[in-house]
Design a protein around this ligand. Structure first.
Ligand code: 13P
Length: 290
């Protein structure tokens, strides 16, 4: 069923839980996520990468995800992830996204604020004032679509990482009007170089400075015993991509040969893909509701 992303997240937090969000490059994965959410009786978020949303077929995928979310037996939101292009934001919302991460985190502070405000203005002009906006303060190392080892403390091949400056949080939230805040607290996109070292002290410092829910990106590789602590720090949304991809790719690598030998059995192979993504989503849903 249709759900406002902020309402979904706030109501999960009130129950001491966080809502998982999963990047969906395709419909097979999205079906698996929705099935897992329905089996768990919990809401979930379908994320669409900006590179996906920047193509005509990607916009058709968003429309298909909209239909899937609306027909689900549990609340499902469809969010455009990490967008900094106003055209892509407008197109994705017109195609059916109900929420957007207006991501100016790689820009200087004032430009980050300006981008979020421009995104809101564009959506309002389009008649979509109800779209929920997440903003990001602090820079995450790593690539959103391809997993390379990212170094949190220093610079990575993909760019420098910077922790969220908690002193900026109140001003940033007030001036952007963001409804959720993505933070950089030692999390990275993709694979961690070494063990992830989440800065719970920084997270706590941020959590006391704003009432809007916080978002933890780059959850792949963070152990479940760490993720269960998130909701207590007002982290109501946790984003997964790499681990889901890894599971599907390992499955496809192992199963393609046998399914080819079984009469080019693509239908059977898609069933294995579905099972891999569903199991991963079920695990994340269970971890975040503990
Ligand atoms: P990971 O690929 O590290 O899980 O990050 C996903 C993410 O943050 C999507 O926005």
């Amino acid at each position: 069923m249709r759900a406002r992303l902020d309402h979904l997240v706030v109501s999960a937090l009130q129950q001491g839980a966080a809502v998982p969000a999963f990047t969906c490059y395709d419909f097979t994965t999205a079906l698996a996520v929705v099935e897992a959410a329905e089996e768990a009786g919990r809401g979930a978020i379908l994320l669409v990468a900006p590179k996906t949303a920047g193509t005509a077929n990607g916009l058709r995928l968003i429309t298909a995800l909209r239909g899937l979310a609306d027909s689900a037996g549990v609340p499902i939101a469809v969010q455009l992830d990490h967008a900094s292009d106003l055209r892509v934001i407008a197109d994705a919302v017109a195609a059916g996204a109900d929420s957007v991460l207006a991501d100016g985190s790689s820009l200087p502070y004032e430009e980050n604020i300006a981008l979020v405000r421009e995104a809101r203005a564009v959506l309002e002009a389009q008649g979509h004032a109800d779209v929920v906006i997440e903003a990001e303060l602090g820079g995450l190392a790593g690539d959103e679509d391809r997993a390379f080892g990212a170094d949190v403390a220093g610079s990575s091949a993909q760019g420098a990482a910077g922790l969220t400056d908690s002193a900026q949080v109140e001003d940033f939230v007030a001036r952007t009007g963001a409804q959720l805040l993505a933070v950089a607290v030692g999390n990275v996109h993709g694979k961690y170089k070494g063990e992830p070292q989440l800065r719970w002290d920084v997270l706590q410092d941020i959590a006391v400075r704003t009432h809007i829910p916080l978002v933890l990106h780059g959850a792949s590789g963070i152990p479940a015993e760490e993720l269960v602590k998130a909701a207590a720090m007002n982290v109501g949304k946790v984003n997964f991509n790499t681990e889901l991809r890894t599971g599907v790719l390992i499955t496809l690598e192992a199963e393609t040969g046998p399914h080819r030998a079984d009469g080019e059995n693509l239908q059977g192979l898609l069933g294995k893909w579905n099972a891999s993504a569903r199991d991963f989503a079920a695990g994340a849903l269970s971890t975040l509701t503990k």
